[in-house]
Design a binder for this molecule. Structure first.
Ligand code: ATP
Length: 551
């Protein structure tokens, strides 16, 4: 960070030198032309000729230094911000923000920070410095003209950029919201096209997308009109200032006249900078809303950690707006290093229980504790890892996907994790083993599920959450994956939600939820011996041709 600040300061100084050289070049060139018109001896012009050449070359050099150092500093800063931003997004993904909205924040909002430094801070420093030097110099020749120039500079350096910033600040929030809505709708439209076609709703969805696009276009037109008015104001101010300066100095010196024009020219881009500042303030507010995580969490290690327990104490929860509680008086313990399965009919409260265990929702009554401490915020990746119904596969190699769980894991760690989840042979038979590129469409559902579980295990989290991990698989693969999953999660504190009951023989305890209450609880054998939801559904799931005895 210190390196970035030093580069930024040097870039600012180079920017001031560049603009000063530009104004000096105009003044020296005008003086040279006027003087040369009187045909003096060549020796009287030599210094001016050298000065013009020197300023022209120096200006390019300073501009180059400003650009390269400024961009280097900004890109370093952006890399740090993006890293922190991404860390902060992980626990929120799929939560309160829509994916398109998150994408917008990650890309365009963070880029506003770049604008803030390159297009606002550096040009402002250059314009104020060069303007100040020019006014001071003119004051020694014509104080009244210096005042006029100062007034003109005040308008183009302060008033117009402030007006541009305020108008952008006001216009940008609805525009960003409209753009985020448009992006989110576009993603929904593309990803949900199959469902829309099945429901025959594609025309309606396309029409909504069109409405969102029209809203964006209307806001952008309004913004463009304001921008044009301010641009016009800046040019008129420049011309008027120079005209008054010319009148005050009786147009005696072309150097003063054209020099003033050049100084004013330096300040004109500040209007655009002001506009970007207005947008950046909105963007920074949105970024700050997410960027709460102060530092990157310590990378997980594969070193064994003592398992911790998860406990619900008298937990009750009603969803906002719901007319009945989703969970009532839940007392449940997942002792350290054990696996508890939550089963129950649809709407019985399983997902709500998971959300409470993950700290995504907080109980109305009672407490949820992990390792003896109250869960008061969404659990960090270091503490929880999960296996959803439909885990993502990132385009890259098997190794790269596994390293998302723990980027410090070495090759033996990766093979060990793959062996635990029954994916060793599959990866060994791939053309390049761990280094084989894979995508979502080149591996099967079962392989994807096993890969995701291996990634989760590599993270060695305090709590492993398995949310219907075999729901999307065919029955044979589901049985095999669930068996491997339960073998692999031995000695991990694990909360498993499942509709499928076959395979749960291995877990330490099964809890049956009904209408938000714990209706039954015990081992597979206990529950199979007791009439109730578990026994009924387990028997119903058994293949009628399956001759295995009930165990
Ligand atoms: N966001 C919500 N707002 C209002 N009520 C909700 C909300 N989410 C769930 N509920 C209600 O809370 C109760 C428990 O829902 P929950 O999703 O936890 O059940 P579930 O057992 O996970 O169901 P499923 O197996 O179908 O996923 C249900 O009556 C449901 O209608």
């Amino acid at each position: 960070m210190v390196a970035a600040v030093v580069r930024l300061v040097v870039a600012a100084l180079a920017g001031v030198a560049c603009e000063a050289a530009g104004v000096g070049l105009t003044g020296a060139a005008v003086w040279l032309v006027c003087r040369a018109a009187r045909q003096p001896p060549l020796s009287a012009l030599v210094v001016a000729v050298v000065l013009v050449r020197g300023l022209a070359v120096g200006r390019g050099g300073f501009r180059y230094a400003e650009r390269i150092l400024g961009h280097d500093a900004v890109l370093r800063t952006m890399a740090t911000i993006r890293g922190r931003f991404f860390d902060a997004l992980i626990p929120r993904a799929g939560g309160e923000y829509r994916r398109g909205d998150l994408l917008g924040r990650l890309v365009s909002d963070v880029e506003c920070v770049q604008d803030l430094l390159l297009r606002v801070a550096l040009p402002t420093v250059a314009a104020i410095s060069v303007g100040g030097i020019a006014v001071a110099w003119l004051a020694t020749l014509a104080p009244a003209a210096a005042l006029t120039l100062a007034a003109g500079l005040l308008i183009t350096t302060l008033l117009l950029p402030t007006a541009a910033a305020l108008s952008a600040h006001r216009a940008d929030a609805p525009l960003a919201a409209a753009r985020a809505d448009l992006t989110a709708r576009a993603i929904d439209l593309v990803e949900g096209m199959e469902d829309l076609l099945v429901h025959g709703s594609e025309a309606l969805a396309a029409q909504r997308e069109q409405t969102a696009a029209t809203a964006v276009a209307r806001l952008e037109r309004r913004r463009a009109a304001t921008r044009a008015a301010l641009a016009c104001g800046a040019v008129l101010t420049q011309l008027a200032t120079c005209a008054v300066v010319a009148w005050q100095t009786h147009a005696a010196s072309a150097v003063v006249l054209l020099g003033s024009l050049a100084v004013m020219e330096v300040t004109l881009p500040l209007r655009l900078g002001g506009e970007r500042l207005g947008s950046a303030l909105n963007a920074l507010t949105r970024v700050r809303a997410i960027l709460r995580t102060p530092t990157r969490p310590a990378p997980p290690t594969t070193a064994p950690k003592p398992p911790v327990s998860l406990r619900f104490r008298g937990v009750g929860y009603t969803h906002p707006g719901a007319d009945r509680p989703a969970l009532v008086d839940i007392d449940l313990e997942v002792p350290a290093g054990t696996r508890v399965a939550i089963v129950g009919p649809s709407g019985s409260g399983k997902s709500t229980l998971l959300a409470l265990a993950l700290g995504l929702t907080h109980p109305d009554h009672g407490h949820v504790e992990l390792g003896g401490a109250n869960i008061t915020a969404p659990l960090r990746p270091r503490l929880v890892s999960g296996l959803p119904q439909d885990p993502a596969v990132f385009a890259g190699t098997v190794r790269a996907n596994l390293e998302l769980g723990n980027h410090q894991a070495d090759t033996p760690d990766l093979w060990h994790a793959l062996t635990r989840v029954g994916a060793h042979d599959w990866v060994r038979d791939l053309p390049n083993g761990l280094d084989t590129p894979i995508t979502d469409s080149t591996i099967s559902g079962g392989e994807r599920q096993r890969l995701a579980l291996a990634t989760a295990l590599l993270a060695t989290p305090d709590l492993l959450v398995l949310d219907e991990p075999v729901e999307s698989l065919d029955p044979t693969t589901a049985d095999a994956v669930l068996t491997d999953t339960l073998n692999a999660t031995r000695h991990h504190t694990t909360l498993l939600v499942s509709h499928r009951l076959r395979g749960l023989e291995q877990v330490d305890r099964i809890v049956v939820l009904q209408a938000g209450r714990i209706a039954q609880s015990g081992t597979h054998h206990d529950l199979l011996a007791t009439p109730g939801h578990y026994r009924d559904h387990y028997l119903a799931e058994l293949d009628p041709h399956d001759s295995r005895p009930l165990t």
